[in-house]
Design a binder for this molecule. Sequence first.
Ligand SMILES: C[S@@+](CC[C@H](N)C(=O)[O-])C[C@H]1O[C@@H](n2cnc3c(N)ncnc32)[C@H](O)[C@@H]1O
Length: 256
Amino acid sequence: MIEDEAVRRWRAAAPGAVLLDGFHAVKHALRFGADIRAAVTADKAATLRLAAELAPDLTGRLADQLSEIPAGALRDLLTRVHPTGVAGLAARRDRGANLADLARLPRLAPVVVLDQPRNLGNVGAVVRLAAGFAVTGVVTTGDLDPWHPNAVRSGAGLHYATAVEHRDAAELPPGPLWVLDPEGEDIRATALPDDALIVFGSERHGVSDELRARADALVALPMRAQVSSYNLATSVGMALYHWAATSRSPLVPGLA
Ligand SMILES: C[S@@+](CC[C@H](N)C(=O)[O-])C[C@H]1O[C@@H](n2cnc3c(N)ncnc32)[C@H](O)[C@@H]1O
């Protein structure tokens, strides 16, 4: 039966694959060239109606790639079924290609560095920002995997739209280190270079002494006295907005 075959294909693809949890994750992964190994739904007609409304560019590909399986089988495959009732499995983006993208010079859009982040929701939110601002990529240091399923979930499948990799602090890509810290100079007085590594500290401890010591510049986001700091992902959003507002790079969305 077709449904058994779809379940078998899912189970065979699952080890080592990235779970795309929900319609938006599958949509973004497809748009940005992910190698989708399996995609399932309990109601293909409803999913295609959703696609016609939200992603008409993908209706044909979803019609080809989505398999319908019974709701019970979907629940068996997934620990939690997304409200949109859709899930996919994709190969992780190639690490060698990501590292080459991150290292390539000249660089026309910054790399975001998250120094030892603790919260996978923040990591995914930052990947989503990096994708939206079309920056070169996101590098994390520390012990979290930026491709952890919870980070991919909050990144809405946009890990395929930018280069996301873990590196040791000693092996960051080349480029000047612009460190975001409430103690720095007002960011509005300067423009962030297109080739910068824009560094953000961990939620609890801020930027490590090691990266602070290597900083080429230390800059602060405007903040009222008595407020200690902003959330990590919102800080990245403000800094990337500042880059986009001041850069003449052809990669700034809407400038080309
Ligand atoms: C939640 S904050 C870290 C707070 C931490 N307790 C500290 O002492 O820095 C996470 C990161 O967001 C960035 N950040 C937050 N507020 C900022 C601000 N006003 N200016 C510049 N960066 C900021 C910094 O990179 C910071 O390390």
